[in-house]
Design a protein around this ligand. Structure first.
Ligand code: GDP
Ligand code: ZN
Length: 375
């Protein structure tokens, strides 16, 4: 029994080593007991997780004991976490412990709500245990050194090593590319800055330095900079394999489209979570207008100032779509971006509300502890 347990542990450690686990650097593994195995969280949707373990990728939930013991949301599992799992072959396995993290991004990193007492309520960790932060910024129309500088600061705080990827290099003439890359190298003198293109393949070889087996990178960058394209390009072979398997077992091909932690054919791991995408939008102050100025200008020319750009007469956006001067792709992207921004703004408002509320509670507690009468 004990021997088979140890064999199981070795097997599971081997598999998890492929997923970036290095037991030696993580204290607490000695506490692993029978029936509990190490695993890594690959996906999180509300309260349901997916974790990779010796039995493959399995559904998981946090156990009641875990819920009782953790003190704040910060301690809940996030994508990238190494956890201990009480394996259940017949249903979701139970997450009993989150192992110490080497790096992490949380929503609070970008919301600016850093006070400890606020953290307890609003901080939500969205990605952990990455070695590198790939900061993506387009060399094209939304080239923005200030945004990169902000991402760099957040990356350094996260514990991961930043690497700046200047995307869509194919859309930039040589001279301009050289000068923009130089600008960023001045902003980030100690950070690798690589121009890349998913269209021509430029710069992708240089990424191999970072994408070595079992290393984890997280993607950070605003909507439209090319995160999905980069992930697809890097994982291309893998996606094709998934398709082939689906064809054989005739389960249909569209079941798994969005994976949050992806293992590349070469063995590196990429985290691309919707949570990180929202981080990218915390700087929505620059927002839609700067990114899509051509569309905003078109909208000003619509006959009606409240034009919804559907079937209204005299709609300049529709005319531009019809005559091809505005691409369907950019229009769709704009609509998605608008929707995401509205979502983030409504979240900001609710964070602000929580912050006020939390301040109120803190004031209450301070007065109580000071032994004074609470008014
Ligand atoms: P995401 O929102 O960050 O995931 O960005 P996407 O990967 O969806 O890319 C947004 C748009 O940029 C799409 O229309 C892509 O085809 C385009 N794109 C992405 N990478 C490149 C690139 O290297 N070169 C060019 N020319 N276009 C790109
Ligand atoms: Zn219109």
């Amino acid at each position: 029994m004990r021997d088979s347990f140890i064999k199981d542990m070795e097997l599971s450690m081997g598999l998890l080593t492929d997923y970036g686990y290095s037991g030696a650097s993580v204290p607490g593994v000695g506490a692993i007991t029978d029936g509990v195995i190490p695993a890594r969280i690959t996906e999180m949707r509300r309260d349901l997780y997916k974790a990779i373990c010796q039995y493959g990728e399995v559904p998981a939930v946090i156990t009641g004991t875990f819920q009782y013991e953790v003190e704040c949301r910060h301690d809940y599992p996030a994508v990238g976490d190494f956890v201990l799992l009480k394996y259940n072959a017949n249903g979701p396995s139970g997450i009993t412990k989150v192992l110490p993290r080497i790096s992490q991004f949380s929503r609070a990193d970008f919301s600016g709500h850093e006070e400890a007492y606020v953290k307890n309520v609003v901080e939500q960790v969205v990605a952990t245990n990455f070695d590198y932060v790939f900061i993506l910024c387009s060399l094209n129309f939304n080239f923005n050194p200030n945004r990169i500088a902000r991402y760099l600061t957040a990356s350094r705080r996260s514990g991961g090593a930043p690497v700046v990827l200047l995307t869509k290099a194919d859309l930039c003439v040589d001279l301009e590319r050289v000068s923009r890359v130089d600008t960023i190298r001045r902003v980030a003198p100690d950070t690798p800055v690589l121009p890349v293109s998913c269209v021509t393949g430029l710069g992708l070889d240089a990424l191999a330095t970072y994408l070595s087996p079992a290393k984890t990178a997280v993607l950070l960058g605003s909507s439209g900079v090319g995160k999905s394209s980069l992930l697809n390009t890097l994982a291309g072979k893998n996606i094709m394999e998934v398709k082939a398997i689906r064809e054989e077992d005739s389960k249909g091909r569209h079941t798994t489209t969005h994976r949050q932690m992806v293992r590349l054919p070469g063995g590196a791991l990429i985290i691309d979570t919707p949570g990180m995408r929202e981080l990218g939008l915390w700087d929505a102050d620059e927002g839609v207008n700067a990114l899509f100025s051509n569309i905003e200008e078109l909208a000003l020319q619509c006959r009606f100032s409240d034009c919804l750009h559907g079937s209204e007469p005299g709609c300049a956006v529709k005319a531009a779509l019809d005559n091809g001067s505005l691409s369907e792709a950019q229009w769709k992207h704009y609509l998605t971006f608008k929707k995401e921004s509205a979502f983030v703004e409504s979240k900001s408002a609710s964070l602000q509300h929580k912050k006020e509320w939390q301040k109120h509670i803190a004031r209450f507690n301070r007065k109580k502890h000071a032994g004074r009468q609470v008014d």
